[in-house]
Design a protein around this ligand. Structure first.
Ligand SMILES: Cc1ncc(COP(=O)(O)O)c(C=O)c1O
Length: 495
């Protein structure tokens, strides 16, 4: 180990020891070496990376060695306590292809490679080499790497999936995405969205006054771009949003509370600028799985119930401004894990949209919010860390749901807007930090195997029971898909 690395490790160990002595719980983010601030690489475009020749084990050291989890592997599964651990074993264990393709992969040397344009033929960026190269330039971990090319690829993919759905269902409207600024305030990332998104007609969504200012400054150079204004709005917010229209930005102000309407009408009259108005609907459809379910269903904090949406129509008609009411928005929460929820929400919102058309509003847009999930663990399951559908499934169901109602009710197909955030941005940043500790070495070989039922192997009764139950589940696994699913459900339940 080079002297600089040795002193890093010493500093880290000292830091940990100090905190332990003080009786504090230590986590990585709480501790930083005193003399140094964490570095941050702002933006890395694939073509600009200078590739380092030297080989580094810094970050993915653990990919070359059997990790602690192996102690839960039975001898049958790993006849290879004798067999050398291979990089492909790590790729499989961490399911890199499941969550990372087409951007992240493990190469033959066991190092993580990034292909920012999602193209298998790209030579890619070797992360350990890159980290070594950065070290030589005096940039130390932790570092945050951003790959705007990945974000651009995601934008392109999303547009392509919606375009495919539009043509598949012969939908007469079109798709225009917006990126929610709240998902990432990084200037480089937002600039990449705006400049690359121009080709695709992507705009921005702002959820607060500061975000509106950011969006305004980024979109001012791109007249005609869509800007969705969500969030709490006072008179100042309304004024800023209306001024954006003067700059040529296609700004749509989405009412989240009925009281915002009076403020908007007053400011609009005062400035003499007519707004494009949208309403956030509170749908019955509930997203039950995940952390963000509370932003959906009848008891959701945000949005207007159907009768209040009708009250908006009436108030605008009284003010001779029904032509300003052009957009219906809903957001049923982030990371929707099951496509069924999307189908239900689309059906409910589409009927509401059709009612608004019938009532005389000049409807032109439907904004389906965010919620498009990410398969973080690569299992394609309906769980909080995964999703059981693809981007194309999502686009198909949004378009098909709307198309069905438009045909039934004989109304014109609206422009579809979506506010996907995590799905566009999540892959584009990589946090790299040193491995600070690993589980203690297991003692003898016998502790690597699961105990057989009835045999406690010196462990606590509860622990032994769990392990033996895992062994039963493991032994019942057979190649049939049903059995595998059943075994997975059993194991997840026992866990
Ligand atoms: C109104 C609104 N739109 C869009 C999003 C982005 O959602 P996601 O990251 O799930 O796409 C959010 C996130 O909470 C939101 O509140």
């Amino acid at each position: 180990m080079a002297p600089a690395e040795a002193s890093d490790q010493q500093q880290q160990e000292q830091g940990q020891r100090r905190l332990r002595q003080k009786g504090e719980t230590w986590t990585f983010s709480e501790w930083k070496p005193k003399a140094r601030k964490p570095n941050r690489i702002r933006a890395i475009h694939a073509e600009r990376i200078e590739r380092a020749a030297s080989d580094s084990q810094l970050f993915f050291h653990s990919l070359d060695a059997p990790p602690g989890l192996v102690s839960l592997t039975t001898e049958e599964k790993l006849p290879a306590s004798k067999k050398a651990w291979q990089p492909k074993d790590s790729a499989k264990l961490y399911n890199v292809a499941g969550w990372g393709a087409p951007y992240f992969s493990v190469n033959r040397a066991g190092q993580i490679c990034v292909k920012p344009c999602g193209d298998a033929s790209e030579s890619g960026v070797n992360l350990p080499e890159l980290v070594q190269n950065l070290r030589e330039q005096g940039v130390h971990t932790p570092v945050l790497l951003r790959f705007p090319d990945i974000l651009c690829h995601r934008l392109q993919q999303q547009q392509a999936c919606f375009d495919a759905a539009v043509s598949r269902y012969d939908y007469q409207g079109s798709y225009r995405g917006v990126f929610p600024v709240k998902c990432n305030h990084d200037k480089d990332l937002l600039s990449a969205v705006v400049s690359y998104g121009q080709k695709l007609g992507f705009g921005l969504e702002a959820g607060s006054k500061p975000e509106l200012l950011m969006a305004m400054s980024l979109l001012a150079k791109h007249p005609g771009s869509n800007l969705i204004c969500n969030g709490y709005k006072d008179a100042e917010y309304m004024e800023l949003a209306l001024r954006c229209r003067q700059l040529g930005i296609n700004t749509m102000i989405v009412l989240e509370q009925f009281s915002e309407l009076a403020t908007l009408l007053a400011v609009s009259k005062q400035l003499g600028i007519r707004p494009v108005i949208g309403v956030r609907a509170k749908l019955h459809t509930r997203n039950n799985v995940g952390h963000w379910g509370s932003t959906s269903g009848d008891r959701a904090k945000f949005g207007l119930k159907a009768r209040m949406v009708v009250a908006v129509v009436e108030a605008l008609a009284e003010n001779d401004m029904l032509d300003c009411f052009q957009l219906l928005h809903f957001h049923i929460g982030s990371q929707v894990t099951n496509i069924r929820i999307i189908k239900e929400a689309m059906r409910e919102a589409s009927f509401l949209y059709a009612e608004l058309v019938t009532m005389g509003a000049a409807m032109k847009y439907i904004d389906v919010g965010g919620g498009l999930g990410i398969d973080y663990d690569g299992t394609s399951m309906d769980t909080v860390t995964s999703v059981s559908y693809t981007l194309q499934n999502y686009a198909n169901d949004v378009v098909a749901g709307l198309q069905e109602v438009c045909m039934q009710r004989h109304i014109a197909a609206p422009i579809i807007i979506s506010e996907s955030g995590r799905s566009l941005g999540s892959h584009s940043a990589v946090m790299i930090f040193d491995v600070l500790s690993t589980p203690e070495e297991a003692g003898d070989e016998s502790s690597h195997s699961l105990p057989t039922p009835g045999h406690t192997g010196g462990r606590s009764t509860k622990g032994a029971f769990l392990l033996s139950t895992f062994r039963e589940v493991y032994e019942a696994i057979s190649p049939s898909a049903d059995k595998l699913r059943e075994a997975y459900a059993d194991a997840a339940f026992v866990k």
